[in-house]
Design a protein around this ligand. Structure first.
Ligand code: ADP
Length: 261
């Protein structure tokens, strides 16, 4: 039966358990808080950089008398470039914040993946041509998947855009689409500069860039792959990367054909 001494033992172990859980929770909250603080400080830094450049450019014009019109034009163009960069960072941040919400916010519909890829490639073709990169699509079969079209478009666009951006002149980006009864498989491979082994585990982190100055020149924010990974994980998909420096990179994406809430 339930004697009073039994109750005391139970009470004690329960208190012990609650206290352990509480400590675990506090520790987890601290980790969350730290990573949020780090994110906010990264955001502030990234947003400040273009502003600092603009301030320097504006000050150097304001401080001078009789500035030649050519110099004005040049500095104004640079300021325009910095504004463009600031806008890109803000847009990427907004995309990321949208992705951070729960998967309940997914807007799922039946999407023809072949058509979706054709649309994405059509939009990216001018950028590829400008970089002299050959963009090829290979669809092995008709594929329809239950996905959030906007988010998956963003995820795939980022991968192909990176393949183009981090390429070499006369390089190529190859996109292929396949499926079985359960999953859709997407492969984006490029003949680009590749990613060093030690960087592979970091590329999905917000603001991470292998080569900060090179990536900045190319117009990278370091948010693209964070957005891509979030979108794919929200769909219960998977993403894997293989890369060899100087040879190229392969991203393999797997998405379930049917969305299970
Ligand atoms: P970014 O906006 O800088 O391109 P991403 O999050 O899309 O940011 O990518 C993070 C970093 O990973 C890039 O800065 C780049 O260094 C590296 N990277 C991504 N994709 C590729 C690729 N296909 N080839 C080589 N490096 C890549």
């Amino acid at each position: 039966g339930y004697g009073s001494s039994d109750l005391k033992v139970d009470d004690f172990s329960e208190t012990q358990e609650i206290s352990t859980k509480f400590n675990e929770l506090t520790a987890r909250m601290k980790v969350l808080d730290d990573s949020r603080q780090e994110f906010v400080s990264n955001v502030s830094h990234e947003l400040k950089t273009p502003l600092t450049s603009m301030k320097v450019l504006a000050d150097s014009l304001n401080g001078q008398e009789d500035v030649p019109i050519e110099l004005y034009r040049e500095f104004m163009q640079d300021i325009g470039g910095e504004i463009e960069r600031e806008t890109k960072i803000i847009n990427d941040l907004l995309s990321l914040v949208k992705m951070d919400k729960s998967a309940a916010d997914l807007n799922i519909s039946q999407v023809n993946m072949n058509e979706l890829l054709e649309q994405i490639l059509k939009r990216l073709r001018p950028i590829a041509e400008k970089q002299h990169v050959d963009l090829v699509l290979e669809s092995f079969r008709p594929v329809t998947a239950e996905v959030d079209e906007v988010k998956i478009t963003l995820a795939i666009t980022n991968l192909i855009e990176n393949g183009i951006k981090y390429n070499k002149p006369d390089g190529w980006v190859h996109v292929s689409l396949n499926a079985d009864h359960q999953f859709c498989y997407l492969k984006v491979s490029d003949s680009g500069i590749g990613i060093p082994e030690e960087s592979l585990e970091h590329i999905y982190e917000r603001f991470y860039r292998v080569d900060k100055s090179h990536s900045r020149e190319i117009g990278g924010t370091g948010l693209g792959l964070a957005i891509t990974q979030n979108a794919i994980l929200m769909h219960r998909g998977a993403i894997k990367v293989f890369s060899t420096v100087g040879e190229g990179t392969i991203f393999n994406v797997r998405l379930p054909l049917n969305y299970i809430a």
